[in-house]
Design a protein around this ligand. Sequence first.
Ligand SMILES: Cc1cc2nc3c(=O)[nH]c(=O)nc-3n(C[C@H](O)[C@H](O)[C@H](O)COP(=O)(O)OP(=O)(O)OC[C@H]3O[C@@H](n4cnc5c(N)ncnc54)[C@H](O)[C@@H]3O)c2cc1C
Length: 331
Amino acid sequence: MRGQILRYLEEANSEDDAAERRSSLTFVVAGGGFAGVETVAALNDFVREALPFYPNLSEEMLRVILVHSGPAILPELGESLGRYTEKVLAGRDVEVRLNTRVKSVTEGKVFLTDGVSIPSRTLVWTAGTVPSPLISSLPCEKERGRLLVDQFLGVPEWPNVWAVGDCAFVPDIRNPGQSHPPTAQHAIREGKVVAQNIAAVILGRPLKSFSFRTIGLLASIGRRMGVARVFGFNFSGFFAWWMWRTVYLSKLPGLDKKVRVAFDWTLDLLFPKDVCAVHDLDQRRDFRWPDHAGNASGNNGDHEIGSAQLNWRECPGEIDDWDNALERFLL
Ligand SMILES: Cc1cc2nc3c(=O)[nH]c(=O)nc-3n(C[C@H](O)[C@H](O)[C@H](O)COP(=O)(O)OP(=O)(O)OC[C@H]3O[C@@H](n4cnc5c(N)ncnc54)[C@H](O)[C@@H]3O)c2cc1C
């Protein structure tokens, strides 16, 4: 996404056609849950920080839009934190469109159910995830597309078959008729219980029921701002953001990852965002590496790029614009 945003900024910077420029500079995120809000907030921060590097672009040309089907975003956190988040996002020039859905998409337009069409070339879909298609092909009972399990996380009628995490519909024994939400904090704990229950079956011991109450929910809503509900208490602003970072840092597996991310986040506090673009080579597939450069790819992918190393592959016509071709390759 970062690469795509920078590519569109580059294109818009040299685009004369106002309509084309508008669709390159409009970014739409569908879904006002945790993933959508965090995505739109981060995207908005990034694109606005990158803008000063493009002399022909200005803030007024940008549109960052969050589309949500309900009356308030972040419904899991309650209305007051949802409204607070809307205010923060609006203060940062994000358009929040409520009570509407994305109906269809073309290459240059996003259509909403309320009849609005938004010229945009970027749509980020966060409005719901589904389990792997493999699940639907299994001959076991399912509920809302997920494998139904009992309180011990076993699949009924299928001895020694278990399911946990996002693919499982795990009944909440504290609230009959309800299921546990598909979150990592549940999946990790379900994993431990299922391991104990598999061992219990082998050893002939009694099985353990799965029960867990959500500890808290946290979301980052843009630079140094967050919202959180922990043990039933609401938090917002800088403290919630700090809590979000601290909790997620603590959850990263392994000391090396924790240190790398902590360094990265610290640098992020001190310096502006890195807006260098590294585009995928497959989009420039008309070029190929000569053999000696190809051999170098075993060397961790590091190449010394020089124009003498570039060859045009199976090009049916002449290359009449080498400057442009090289520029496209090197961008
Ligand atoms: C954008 C986003 C943000 C989220 N944020 C949070 C959050 O802040 N807090 C939170 O608690 N939860 C969050 N979640 C939810 C959380 O990520 C999931 O609930 C959790 O990862 C579920 O764990 P899992 O092991 O069931 O599935 P996954 O983590 O999806 O792991 C499934 C694994 O199975 C592999 N796989 C798939 N098919 C096969 C196959 N046929 N054979 C072998 N392997 C296969 C996949 O490659 C994958 O590695 C978020 C989810 C999303 C999408």
